[in-house]
Design a protein around this ligand. Structure first.
Ligand code: F6P
Length: 489
C-alpha cells in the first residue's frame, strides 16, 4: 500500500499505474518550481497575462490574523447580524432568507461549501437563514426561488468579482422588478442588497451603501475565491466559527504543500499522477467520485477549478503547445454514479482515470442514538461500495467463457480519504486540489490564472445577442442564422 498523509487527508495511490519513486524519477518538475511554490503561498506568483499577483492563499489568513482588518470586521458583522435575526428589512421585518446571485466562482465554491458545511453550524443562531443560490442566466433557478421568498424578508447577495457579468445582472434585473409591489428600489438597495466584488466603484455606482459592500483583491481568481468575501454565503449558512475552521484546514494544506517532501506531498503527487495519466498513458479525462452526499457539488466545482485553469494550448509566454494539458473533469457523487454511468466505467471501451473521495466515519449529533447508529451503518455501506468499485475498476474480473461477464479493469485511480468530513478536512481537500492544478500548470508551462477561451465565448455571445435584438439579416453560419430568426419571432 502506498499512501501519504497531511492536513487530515490521506492520498492512497496504490491503484495508480506507477509507484511513487518511479513517478518522481520519470517526471521532473522545472528547476524554478520551488521558487514558484513559495511565491504562490506568499501571494507573489505572477499571473503574467493579467499582470497581477495571485493572492488567494492569503485570503485564508484574513480572519485568523490578530488585529482584524476592517474588511474582515465588516464581513463578520454582516454574518452576525443576519444569523442573529438583527438585520431588519426596509419595512421592519427580520430577514430570514438570503439569495446569492453569482456565477462560476461566484457560485460554485459558495454553493458547495454552504451545502457541505451546513450541519456544522454551532453558533446557536436564533435565526436559521434559508440560503439560496441562483446562477443561470436563463432565469430557471430564479423562477424556482422567487415563490419561496418575500421581498421584505430577503437579502440578495450580488456576488461578482468584476461586478459586470451579464448572467448575474440578468438575474438581478429581474429581481429588481420583482420586489416592486412591496419595496421601492431605494428601500431595496438600502436594506436588501449586499455587494461582493473586487470593484468597489462599480458597487457604489450601482447604489449599494458602503456598509453593505464587501471587497476582495483583484489577485483572487474567481475559481479560487471561496476563501474571500465571496464565501459570505458559506458563513451565512454555517456561521463564522465554522467558516474559520474551513480556512484553518486550507492553511494546514498550504503548510503541507509548502513543506512536505515530494514523495509525501499530497497535491504534488496528485498533480504528477495526473500528468502521468494524461501524457504517458494518454488518458484524457478524470472522473471525480465523492462518496459522501455532502460533497455532491465537488465535481462541478473542480470542473471550473481545473478546466478553466489548465484547458489551454498556449504557454504562459504565449507559445503554441504540442502536448496534452488539463484533462476533462467530470463526475458525480459515487453512490449515484453507480446507478448511472458506472456500467460504462466497468465495461465500456473508454479509458479514464478516477479520484475517489471517501469519508470513513460520520458523527450524527442532534439525532437519537438509534438513528445515529443507522447513519453510521449507512456510512459503512458507502465505504464498502467505494472500495468495491475502485477495486473492480483497477483489477477487473475476467470470464473467458462469457464476454458479458468480463470486466477489463486497468483504470488508474486515487483514493483521497479522511476520517471524518469536518470544516477543516473540507478546507484541506479544496486547497489540495487548488495546489494540484497549480503544480500541473507549472509543469505544462501554462498560465493557470487566466481564461481567454471563456472571454472569447462571452464576446461571441454578445455578437449573437446584438443580432437577435437587431432587425438585420443575421450574418453567421446558416444554422445560427436560422435559429436567430426563429428565436426572434
Ligand atoms: O466564466 C468566466 C468567469 O470569468 C469565471 O472565471 C468567473 O468565476 C465567472 O466568470 C464569474 O465572474 P464574476 O465573478 O466576475 O461575475
Amino acid at each position: 500500500m502506498a499512501s501519504v498523509t497531511g492536513a487530515g487527508l490521506t492520498l492512497d495511490v496504490s491503484y495508480q499505474a506507477i509507484e511513487i519513486p518511479g513517478l518522481l524519477k520519470q517526471l521532473q518538475l522545472p528547476e524554478n518550481f520551488d521558487a514558484y511554490r513559495r511565491q504562490l503561498l506568499k501571494g507573489e506568483y505572477l499571473n503574467v497575462s493579467e499582470q497581477r499577483n495571485v493572492t488567494h492563499s492569503l485570503c485564508r489568513s484574513i480572519h485568523a490574523v490578530t488585529g482584524r482588518s476592517e474588511k474582515a470586521t465588516r464581513f463578520d458583522d454582516i454574518v452576525q447580524k443576519l444569523r442573529s435575526g438583527r438585520w431588519l428589512g426596509a419595512t421592519g421585518k427580520p430577514v430570514t432568507a438570503v439569495v446569492n446571485i453569482g456565477v462560476g466562482g461566484s457560485d460554485l465554491g459558495p454553493n458547495m461549501g454552504a451545502f457541505a458545511l451546513k450541519e456544522f453550524a454551532n453558533d446557536a443562531a436564533l435565526n436559521e437563514l434559508d440560503v439560496h443560490f441562483v446562477s443561470s442566466m436563463d432565469g430557471g433557478q430564479l423562477y424556482a426561488v422567487l415563490p419561496l421568498i418575500d421581498p421584505e424578508t430577503t437579502v440578495f447577495i450580488i456576488a461578482s468579482k468584476s461586478f459586470g457579468t451579464i448572467d448575474t445582472f440578468a438575474n438581478v434585473n429581474t429581481v429588481r422588478e420583482w420586489i416592486k409591489p412591496q419595496l421601492t428600489e431605494q428601500q431595496w438597495l438600502a436594506q436588501h442588497v449586499i455587494g461582493v466584488s473586487s470593484n468597489g466603484v462599480k458597487m457604489s455606482d450601482y447604489g449599494i451603501p458602503a456598509a453593505h459592500q464587501l471587497t476582495f483583491g483583484e489577485g483572487v481568481g474567481g475559481r479560487l475565491s471561496l476563501w474571500s468575501a465571496i464565501g459570505l454565503s458559506i458563513a451565512l449558512s454555517c456561521g463564522l466559527y465554522t467558516f474559520e475552521r474551513m480556512l484553518t484546514g486550507a492553511r494546514a494544506m498550504d503548510k503541507h504543500f509548502g513543506e512536505a517532501p515530494a514523495a509525501e506531498n499530497i497535491p504534488l503527487l496528485m498533480a504528477l499522477y495526473g500528468i502521468y495519466n494524461r501524457n504517458e498513458l494518454g488518458i484524457n479525462n478524470l472522473a471525480v467520485l465523492p462518496y459522501d452526499g455532502r460533497l455532491r457539488m465537488l465535481p462541478s466545482y473542480l470542473q471550473q477549478l481545473d478546466m478553466e485553469s489548465n484547458g489551454k494550448q498556449a504557454t504562459a509566454d504565449n507559445k503554441a503547445i504540442d502536448y496534452a494539458t488539463g484533462p476533462i473533469i467530470w463526475g458525480d457523487f459515487g453512490p449515484n454514479g453507480q446507478h448511472a454511468f458506472f456500467q460504462h466505467l466497468h465495461q465500456g471501451f473508454d479509458a479514464f482515470a478516477a479520484d475517489f473521495v471517501l469519508v470513513l466515519k460520520r458523527q450524527a449529533p442532534g439525532f437519537s442514538s438509534a438513528v445515529a447508529a443507522k447513519l453510521a451503518e449507512q456510512q459503512q455501506l458507502s465505504v464498502a461500495n467505494c472500495l468495491a468499485h475502485r477495486q473492480l475498476m483497477k483489477f477487473g474480473a475476467a470470464n473467458e467463457a462469457s464476454p458479458r461477464d468480463h470486466y477489463p479493469g486497468g483504470h488508474p485511480s486515487n483514493l483521497l480519504y479522511m476520517d471524518e468530513l469536518t470544516p477543516e478536512t473540507f478546507g484541506a481537500l479544496i486547497a489540495a486540489y487548488e495546489h494540484k492544478v497549480f503544480v500541473q500548470g507549472v509543469y505544462w508551462q501554462l498560465n493557470s490564472f487566466d481564461q481567454p477561451g471563456v472571454e472569447m465565448g462571452k464576446k461571441c455571445a454578445l455578437d449573437i445577442l446584438a443580432s437577435l435584438e437587431g432587425g438585420n439579416e443575421p450574418a453567421f453560419d446558416e444554422s445560427t442564422n436560422e435559429l436567430i430568426k426563429k428565436a426572434r419571432t
